[in-house]
Design a protein around this ligand. Sequence first.
Ligand code: AMP
Length: 359
Amino acid sequence: MSKLPLPPGSTIGILGGGQLGRMLALAAGRLGFDVAILEPEPGAPATRVAAHTVVGAYDDPQALEALSKLASVVTFEFENVPASSVEHLTALGVAVAPGARALAIAQDRVAEKTFLNEAGVATVAFAAADTAQAAQDAMASLGAPVLMKTRREGYDGKGQRWVEHAADAPAAFKAVGAKPVILEAPANFVRELSVIAARGRGGEIAVYPLAENHHEKGVLRRTYAPAKVTGETADQAERIAAKVLSGLDYVGVIGIELFELADGRLLVNEIAPRVHNTGHWTMDGCEVDQFEQHIRAVAGWPLGPTHAHSQVEMLNLLGEEADAWAKLAGEPETRVHLYGKRDAKPGRKMGHVNRLRPL
Ligand code: AMP
């Protein structure tokens, strides 16, 4: 493993070449690093701002070896990187941050909620089921309705459905793909919040102010941050972030999605072991944004301040909405971030804007 802190001029490897990889690469560049992207799709957003690209599957041994020769440390921009790839890189002598454990836990909704509860962090009540019959049986103890989600590889509300009666569980099981599922009790939340936090190589923790998130059709639409919350809610979020980060012996930035209940309690919905869409507001609202913070953490640099200096409304630009770039760029309060994607398919995240107001 390379000596830390990693000096400027070193190369940081990133698994994944989407917009998160691109914004990580841009932040790394500001600190004097080069990046090497491993990504199956030539020309993906991050590859066009990177010094090096290895085109290959995430589990291709040759591609991983090529990356290991270029990079002093490796990180990832999405949580569905195969755990075996992280093990392979580690065996080749390259440190991967966050580590294999955080990845494995975040890839499985049952492992995730089990870890959270063991770490003293509250979630909705849940049960695991591997068969249609087990799903129906589990509803006898959990009650109805439940939200059925595939244990793995669900995102943006995909692979999920509400089940109103136990008798409907087998059909729902089939509809989500007849794969192992988690059944979740409903969270009767008043708001969806998230907290972005970071942990450094020495175990130090930095937490951003809470963000309030609004989704449409399962996709994040808007974030308002810093969210208007009580001091007690902010303290609760900080305690949750500290328990999660320390419990995972984590290095890097994490996104923690929260449900705020009417009585003020926060439940964790899920954790994303990476920079997060609900943290994009930090690019223009905070002294050091989530992307630079992640690079600092994995490179063993001191973490930066997370204090907000502006009130931000972050709006995702989906599909053709990004075509309005000229108008948006003409709004003095608006900062435009475009991901360089060539194909504006409906609903695809093409960019985002941060609209600023004084705090
Ligand atoms: P997820 O894929 O787990 O992030 O869930 C996507 C969205 O579904 C969340 O942002 C919530 O709006 C909603 N949701 C997820 N889990 C629950 C739950 N247990 N109760 C109520 N709503 C939920």
